[in-house]
Design a protein around this ligand. Sequence first.
Ligand SMILES: *[C@@H]1O[C@H](CO)[C@@H](O)[C@H](O)[C@H]1NC(C)=O
Ligand SMILES: *[C@@H]1O[C@H](CO)[C@@H](O)[C@H](O)[C@H]1NC(C)=O
Ligand SMILES: *[C@@H]1O[C@H](CO)[C@@H](O)[C@H](O)[C@H]1NC(C)=O
Ligand SMILES: *[C@@H]1O[C@H](CO)[C@@H](O)[C@H](O)[C@H]1NC(C)=O
Ligand SMILES: *[C@@H]1O[C@H](CO)[C@@H](O)[C@H](O)[C@H]1NC(C)=O
Ligand SMILES: *[C@@H]1O[C@H](CO)[C@@H](O)[C@H](O)[C@H]1NC(C)=O
Ligand SMILES: *[C@@H]1O[C@H](CO)[C@@H](O)[C@H](O)[C@H]1NC(C)=O
Length: 390
Amino acid sequence: MSRTRRLWLFFAFICVTTFCWMVMLSSQDHNIVDNMLRYSVNVVLVNKQHKFLHQRHLQQQKHEHEQHKEIIKLEQQNNKTASALNVEVAQIFDKFHRMHGEVNVSKMIFYKITTKPLNNDTHGNDFNKTSTTSKPQQQFVPKIAHIIWFYPNETEFRFHQAMSLLSLQRFFKPRKIFFWHDTLPTGRWWLFAQQIVAHFLLVPYKRPTKIFNYTVSVPEHQSDVARIQLLREYGGLYIDLDVVLLRPLDPLLEYETTMGAETPSQLGSGFILAKENSAFLKLWLDSYSNNFNDNDWNYHSTIMPMKLAKQHPQLVHIEWFSINRPNWFERDFLYRKGKLWDWSENYAVHLWYRECPDDYNPTNVREMNTTVAEVFTFIYFNERPQWKGG
Ligand SMILES: *[C@@H]1O[C@H](CO)[C@@H](O)[C@H](O)[C@H]1NC(C)=O
Ligand SMILES: *[C@@H]1O[C@H](CO)[C@@H](O)[C@H](O)[C@H]1NC(C)=O
Ligand SMILES: *[C@@H]1O[C@H](CO)[C@@H](O)[C@H](O)[C@H]1NC(C)=O
Ligand SMILES: *[C@@H]1O[C@H](CO)[C@@H](O)[C@H](O)[C@H]1NC(C)=O
Ligand SMILES: *[C@@H]1O[C@H](CO)[C@@H](O)[C@H](O)[C@H]1NC(C)=O
Ligand SMILES: *[C@@H]1O[C@H](CO)[C@@H](O)[C@H](O)[C@H]1NC(C)=O
Ligand SMILES: *[C@@H]1O[C@H](CO)[C@@H](O)[C@H](O)[C@H]1NC(C)=O
């Protein structure tokens, strides 16, 4: 190519470039240039930022991971002292049992929840109540449980009674279990219960022998009167020791009073959940002033509360199927051979133990093919049956 021609080309190139620049610079806004500049700057910045963010993300991830680990650790520690404890204890007990055959409670080391007691209550002193009249309406039933023991002195505590307490601890998680008594039980299951059940407080209690103008001498009736009075005063959950809880009662805690029907004309008194000063319990207690008959087994215990419930349905929440069913007439479903009752929806099961003297223990419950043995296996070993919900 000749020298002249190259010069021309160069000149043309300069002209075109200058023209382009002039067009760009003279355009109304300087978007294109701006954008070009910004873009090149941005590429650098974004790159930097990206690196920074990535770094920070990694740090954050690490931090969260640590935190997560920490939380899990805390939760595990917490779980050890809370709900999982029963299971753990049951496993220890089971292992011990397999290793040593016959259970000897005095040889065992138990875990026990050692959270501080609510008050200085080891001597039952926190029972002096101040006036409750000015208290606002409680939102929930207080998490305290009441057991009443009016048996002859040194009556042996039985396996099913220990299971009742264990179930109470697991599913109600009470701050306190008050054991109102005027005599004390004996036996290895009593030792077991005292060692294994947390927040268990023995409170000496003089059983009532009079209600209004009537003498009460049948221990079951004395216990009925005492449970109504205690629940009126403190609120909480009362259960008979042949009632076993099977799941948490949380959906029931907002009602002022909850009881379970046995039949369409009977409300069982073996399970009562109530806030303090329950109006329904007041009515029930007041009903004792009218024709109480110590010789009538059921009237004031079960028939009267159902009558009252029908007159004042707004005062009591009735669970029709999930507490006292199977009922007395259906108790064979618990004790006859075969898994005959699906209790996956039950809050509790009433064992009607008085008439069912079979002696269950950790060895035979696994082999016995009955619904009640299934319940005990669930409580003692935490082995769920294969129901739809289980
Ligand atoms: C703690 O217990 C709860 C309820 O039993 C359970 O959901 C949770 O996974 C447990 N946490 C750990 C870390 O074991
Ligand atoms: C249980 O163990 C204690 C202490 O080892 C012992 O004194 C007691 O005799 C044992 N009881 C039974 C029933 O084996
Ligand atoms: C519990 O008792 C101890 C010693 O008797 C006392 O120092 C403490 O203040 C008490 N705590 C409460 C909450 O009453
Ligand atoms: C509770 O009341 C009894 C008798 O009324 C009294 O002797 C006792 O000191 C009281 N206890 C407390 C902690 O107030
Ligand atoms: C129960 O029996 C024990 C042991 O024999 C005795 O110490 C206690 O005083 C008795 N209690 C009652 C209320 O009789
Ligand atoms: C108890 O009996 C007395 C005398 O017999 C009577 O005046 C009183 O009204 C009775 N009280 C109740 C609550 O029935
Ligand atoms: C349990 O008993 C029922 C009724 O007799 C029977 O059908 C079932 O096979 C038994 N199951 C076991 C595991 O023995």
